[in-house]
Design a binder for this molecule. Sequence first.
Ligand SMILES: Nc1ncnc2c1ncn2[C@@H]1O[C@H](COP(=O)(O)OP(=O)(O)OP(=O)(O)O)[C@@H](O)[C@H]1O
Length: 258
Amino acid sequence: MIECRGLRVERGRTVVLDGVDLTVAQGEWVAVVGPNGAGKTTLLHALAGLVPASGEVAVGGHHPGRTPRREMSRTVALMPQRPVVPDGVAVRELILLGRTPHLSRFGTETADDHAVVDDLIARLELRALASRPATNLSGGELQRVVLARALAQQPRVLLLDEPTSALDIGHQQQVLDLVQALRVADGLTVVAAMHDLTLAGQYGRRVVMLAGGTVVADGTPAQVLTADRIGAVYDARVEVLDRPGGPVVLPVGPGPVT
Ligand SMILES: Nc1ncnc2c1ncn2[C@@H]1O[C@H](COP(=O)(O)OP(=O)(O)OP(=O)(O)O)[C@@H](O)[C@H]1O
């Protein structure tokens, strides 16, 4: 579903991604991890066709930069790290915008479009927010609404950029469980950039670690999320517990305070 060979992205005069090879099968969930500035967002943007990239890139058989936007939006949906919300738009309208790539040339929504939106509102427990202006939501509420908008696109590939960064622990599990259910039921392919390494390994069967714009590790959560590698790549003190659901990555404190 995703094939990158020698992917390279430059921003200004800086090479932000270089020589990235990534193959993702349909229905796979790949967690992309790495320190701040590693290139995670840039990778997702390159896959969505939002930044120019060189090298070979194909997503759902399309070259992201050379495919008409409407067609690309039926294949790939991006849940951005920093969503831009137009003033005065209500939550339900914002989610309905996700249907845009599927509308007829006349631009009118059908009963099916409304049914898709209503189903997502129910599954993400957004009913109480549906008529509120989206600009008035809390950070976590908005994050769930923006996920609903991306899912309303009914994409084949879902790109999630820090999807749980503003969510409490219950809502983290709610949204990731919903994406997991869609992956299993519909064969949705998921690439999710995540800072929470434990969650990354619990949902991503495969973890790709980026640092300095290149892939430094690619494998199962247990192969990639080792204390030594995290210590070296993130310059962090961590302990990793081996649990049936995946590695649990714990920060280690600075020691006794004197
Ligand atoms: N438009 C731009 N112009 C110049 N540099 C950029 C631009 N966009 C991103 N960068 C740089 O590219 C690098 C990768 O940024 P990116 O947002 O992809 O990292 P990230 O891994 O998602 O980081 P974070 O975890 O902090 O969100 C950073 O050093 C960033 O400053």
